[in-house]
Design a protein around this ligand. Sequence first.
Ligand code: ADP
Ligand code: MG
Ligand code: MG
Length: 482
Amino acid sequence: MADLALTLNEEQLTILKDAALDFALSHGLVVRPPSSTDDATGQQGGVINAPVTLFPTPFPSNAFNNAVRIQPLYNQLVHDISQDDAFLKEIMESLSTVDDFVKRLYDLYLEVKKEGIVQPASLGLHRSDYIIHLNPGQDFSEAEIKQVELNTISVSFGSLSSLTGDLHRYLYATTGYFSDKIDISALPSSDSIESIASGLASAHKHYGSKTAKVMMVVQPGERNAFDQRWIEYNLLNKHGVVLIRKTLAEIADQGRLDPKTKALFIGDQEVSVAYYRSAYATTDYPTEKEWDGRLLAERSLAIKCPTIAYQLVGAKKVQQVLAASGQLERFVKDPVMVAQLRASFTGLYPLDDSSEGLAAYEAALKNSDELVMKPQREGGGNNIYGKDIQEALKTLTAEQRNAYILMDIIRPPITKNVLLRKGQLQRADVVSELGVYGIYLHDGHKVIRNDNGGHLLRTKGVESNEGGVAAGFAVIDSLLLV
Ligand code: ADP
Ligand code: MG
Ligand code: MG
């Protein structure tokens, strides 16, 4: 495939582009245009194609199968960590002095816990992200997955990922431009468009009220609303469950708790599941009102996706602590599972006042070319790379450094593709990041569901450090298994 993007001429690419654009627009593989452009259509019903590649990207099937295989282990791990108050306390207290946002979330967690958690069930719709790593001399097919991060809140692109796979299979079937080169079975479809809705449906059913509705907690003016709408449509069409969309501010304004049961009502609608597609970034809480909305939902009987504890477990600091020797073993007793999980870790280092933290700090001051420095933030665009790390480290006090972790840069093999953004083609040298979705429902006593939920491939130009699609760096892709 890598060669294919090179061998096709401009005329053939234009044919592919036109076919791809029509497919995207007619199948809801779309986003709202950025409001910063003069395109007023955003408010008037206009959309643009979601940024995608024209071709699926080669990915080693062993690495893919491995990522799928360990997802249920990660789902279980998130839950088990979320139940360990002492472990969370130690990490969150160390962050609380240097990170106001983490402190606020942790305080909320403590407040709700003190009051008494009325809903014992938790729903996780996670996504574990990986970049593949090749050791010197290794063949592409032997590449291994290395985890970038584990997302536990507001994971996106489940719907647009499935649709991008459909797009690539459609182009394959109709244009004949790459049919002699690949086998259709090498283009695995992702059922993430259905699986996320099915996770919400399971939680809704567990809640046990026929008249209640699932509430998606959304950002005002969300550009990626169509990825979300497909979940709503699947939930309705396949499960007969209605989903309502509310911002944190609207929850504060319109919400109340039943004094006896603590059931959450928005107006006169009871909420079975509070599904967050917001509430993960500082910008989601511009005023105290948004925090009030969050607190109201957290105190309620609604099943949270995720619980605030799951959200905290998704912190990069937790990922770094787990990578330290002996820590994973606290939560995973089976040594085979420990080995499988640990094999997916790359180098992770603290920046605290431990001897490891000081050693990592000293080493980074000397050479930071192969490192990325990460704060406890989500949503892309927050990391520090290469030489900038040294500048950043010099401006921070020893205490402030603890708000960050260091991680080895994972350098995947480079391939060639053609990106389709806002109707325009761009040939590019690219690298990709695999995401694997996990569905997990626990009733407080036992696991109800622990499943795979499909996958996502995001692809970006090699020159870009960051990989977020919403942040404008990456495009949505699909897998060509090799
Ligand atoms: P966020 O929660 O903001 O998405 P990530 O840890 O996923 O934070 O980092 C954002 C992006 O930065 C990733 O999608 C990836 O492109 C890049 N990145 C992060 N960590 C690494 C790493 N260790 N090696 C290579 N690239 C990385
Ligand atoms: Mg993240
Ligand atoms: Mg990420």
